[in-house]
Design a protein around this ligand. Sequence first.
Ligand code: FPP
Length: 256
Amino acid sequence: MKLKNLRFFGRREKSVTPDFSRLPQHIAIIMDGNGRWATSRALPRTAGHRAGSENFRRIATLCNDIGVRYLTVYAFSTENWSRPRAEVEAIMGLFREYLLEACEELTKKNISLRIVGDTSPLSDEIKSLIRETDRLSQGNTGLHVNVCLNYGGRAEIVHAAQALSREVQEGRLRPEDITAAHIDAHLDTAGVPDPDLIIRPSGELRTSNFLLWQSAYAEYYFTPVLWPDFDETELYRAIADFQGRSRRFGGIEKKK
Ligand code: FPP
């Protein structure tokens, strides 16, 4: 079902100010709708990805400015390789362009960048830019940005299961001692706290293999706005909506 068909979302307030003293620690975003944004303007789909890439930079800067600690974006999934070759190449070109400029921008803004996912099929140049950006930005203490590239939630759970099986086979771990923390430690996102808020623009109501394990208690926010149009007003709307939710993590509401 497309979100625009839901009446609830037709009544959207004009602009909202979230409570900046209790922001979600970790926001994750499925950057969806670039293609439709371009097509509706009679532009090639690649123009939508460029607009999406520029918006990613604006939203990351905004999250850093307001004090969000972690931002994770879904930029390219393990399934996106099935797109036409020219589109895949254009998206890879945008990553390359971004990484070439990222170091200076991240240093200036004190942001750290981590690429999450299997980088092995990427070009040697992109892999080397990733290593360089990682090395130069790791000490930065502002926003931690994770860009999911060739990432899939199922793939990372499979890899974690394989790694733990090897430990069991080598006698370093007993099956009955395996806990959720062992799985956490073997995911591509190891060391990153679980997302509090997951935003999906573009009206699609599905998770598309994004942070399957980590999203166990995340709050989801769906909006029909397409990713290149998802601006400050939209982010504040999503955060304010999150702040109005009651998070019980399987328990019951605490008495105030
Ligand atoms: C989904 O929209 C978007 C993608 C598969 C690519 C996302 C890539 C970027 C935003 C650019 C690069 C990012 C960085 C971090 C530099 P879609 O193409 O599925 O849109 P549609 O559903 O409207 O067709």
